[in-house]
Write a protein that binds this ligand. Structure first.
Ligand code: SF4
Length: 379
């Protein structure tokens, strides 16, 4: 601790350290100073202090399955390598039955969550989405369904169902939707959005979908895509808006910052965020978002070794086993497409934390890794 104080004094961030030790909140200017501080170790140690005060030695992970129903999309975000137009090579669309079968196979081998997103399909009827949720719920009792970004929800409400966002969310919740995903947030700043994803919903629209969902008593996660054209000030602005909504609703159960993967995108000229930038962003996020309980180190983006290091830089969660990741890998990610629960637990233990299997809401999940008794259920 003495060494940390010495570092903080030397770097001129002792006032921030004092505030954090007292349990206080930092402002935007302090967050920017942490982004600019040359001593990454000191910033990380402060984040670790905050993290351990919130979650002790717990390091969580999730046994889950990623499923993408379709990559057909109306938009063409410059950072995205996942989308295709209808009929274009590589475009795919799974039927409800195919999706439910894939979810069932994962449920049978012990998955506790299915995570399901797709592009903004121009023609799929709203009944497809509702049937998708209820079919998975029916075949996989007890498995949590985390699905759809706020962008997809707006698309369904405005273009497909032509109903209000609350009505669409109520319908999906009735069908069995447990949680919205945090995707689509990217960076909230309007100019940055115009550069990387013109035509996509605004920050206010993204936040409004989550606000409505939270007011229904539901939970969701939030994300931030960093390491492209944005500056630290844009990241802090993003965090400030999330912290503001969390003050209002308390509905975010975790925050997942991840670095942009440029290789196969129309922004391939950009350099990928460095390891130190990734660790620093996780650390500042942990410190700034004092009203969000959990910070996830997204190994799909960082790779497991760096993801593990992040557990000492403010993260307390390693996300999930995933089974088959498409979005980052179509963009050129070289990380594995899945991890075993044992790998994640070992990585957490090696980092000095106690591995805990969790569910979509970051609650301890005791049933993890127990292949289920399937008699009488599903195929
Ligand atoms: S990021 Fe989402 S909305 Fe944008 S092009 Fe890709 S799939 Fe479509």
């Amino acid at each position: 601790m003495t060494a940390l104080w010495d570092s903080c004094r030397r770097e001129g961030i002792a006032d921030i350290a004092e505030r954090l030790v007292e349990g206080g909140r930092i402002d935007d200017r302090s967050a920017l100073r942490l982004f600019a501080c040359p001593d990454l170790g000191a910033v990380g140690a402060l984040a670790d202090l905050v993290s351990r005060r919130k979650n002790g030695v717990r390091g969580s992970f999730l046994v889950n399955r990623y499923l993408n129903y379709s990559n057909i999309c109306l938009l063409s975000c410059r950072f995205c390598a996942f989308y295709r137009r209808s009929g274009q090579p590589g475009a795919f669309l799974y039927s409800v039955e195919e999706m439910a079968e894939q979810a069932f196979q994962s449920w049978r081998s012990g998955a506790v969550e299915v995570h399901c997103v797709g592009g903004l399909h121009p023609h799929l009827p709203f009944s497809y989405y509702r049937d998708l949720i209820s079919a998975i719920k029916e075949r996989c009792p007890g498995m949590m369904i985390k699905a759809f970004t706020a962008v997809e929800i707006r698309h369904l409400a405005r273009r497909i169902a032509r109903r209000s966002i609350p009505e669409v969310l109520e319908d999906l919740a009735d069908a069995g939707l447990d949680s919205l995903t945090g995707g689509g947030a990217e960076i909230f700043d309007a100019e940055v959005r115009d550069e990387i994803c013109r035509g996509k919903e605004t920050a206010e629209e993204w936040l409004e979908v989550h606000r409505i969902w939270h007011r229904m008593g539901r939970k969701s996660t939030a994300t931030m895509l960093f390491g492209h054209v944005e500056k630290p000030a844009h990241r802090v602005d993003h965090l400030r808006r999330l912290r503001g909504l969390q003050e209002e609703t308390g509905g975010f159960c975790g925050f997942v910052p991840f670095a942009f993967e440029p290789a196969n995108t129309r922004l391939s000229h950009l350099r990928r965020a460095s390891a130190t930038d990734t660790l620093r962003t996780i650390a500042v996020s942990r410190i700034y978002l004092d009203n969000v309980d959990h910070i996830t180190s997204y190994w799909i983006s960082s790779g497991l070794p760096l993801g593990q290091v992040a557990l000492s830089f403010g993260a307390d969660d390693l996300h999930g086993t995933i089974e088959e990741e498409k979005i980052f890998h179509m963009a050129g990610s070289k990380t594995p497409i899945s991890q075993t629960a044992d790998n994640l637990a070992a990585a957490i233990r090696e980092s000095g934390r106690e591995p805990v299997a969790r569910d979509s809401y970051y609650r301890v999940h005791p049933e993890v890794r127990s292949p289920r008794e399937t008699a009488g259920v599903g195929a």
